[in-house]
Design a protein around this ligand. Sequence first.
Ligand code: SAH
Length: 216
Amino acid sequence: MSTMQNPPEKMMFQLSLRRRGISDQAVLRAMEEIPREMFVEAADRADAYRDSALGIACGQTISQPFVVAYMTEQLQLQKHHRVLEIGTGSGYQAAILSRLCGHVLSMERYRTLADVARGRLAKLGCDNVEVVLGDGFEVPAGAGNFDRIIVTAAMEQIPDALAQRLDRDGILIAPVGPLHGTQTLIRLVRTEAGLERKELVDVRFVPALPGIAREL
Ligand code: SAH
């Protein structure tokens, strides 16, 4: 993996994250340690450290690195946290999360994406990540509640059922808005008084769709 060792590229990658305001050292370290090139299509390896989203299988995308770092930072992860991710995609965000928390349950509606991501995460030794084929609109009750929830596909609104899965002091981050336009990242915090809502930045994600995908 030659690009992974390429210092100028990786230095620029770190620099651009810092320049755009990412300051959490643990987040920056995770972004440095996880080889993004492992999560992009073979044809895109040379572009793996550019700050842009890239296409992956099943018509989906791997998010822009800045957005991955930003959402991760906003989650204020601690080592004991149980995290739910909706939208495994390439598995990159899950790999970053795995370095910073106790356990990640990542749900994906495409079997192919779930299988490939699971393989990559195993290869990297991210053994605290469980990738499951499933619909993030229907998180099984048996999965319990979570300290943190990160949705990486656009939703028109945050389903109540999902917000209810947040533990006390829990944080949920999701892109909310028109499915095929620009969304706003929303942060919900479960406080004693109820759910606190804050608008963060504008983003563009592929839509969250209901049900397990019929195609692979
Ligand atoms: N976090 C990913 C990028 C996600 S792209 C990464 O780091 O690469 C959004 C993903 O959400 C797509 O793979 C899409 O198939 C998935 N998705 C969309 N709706 C979903 C749903 N209801 N449940 C689970 N996954 C869903």
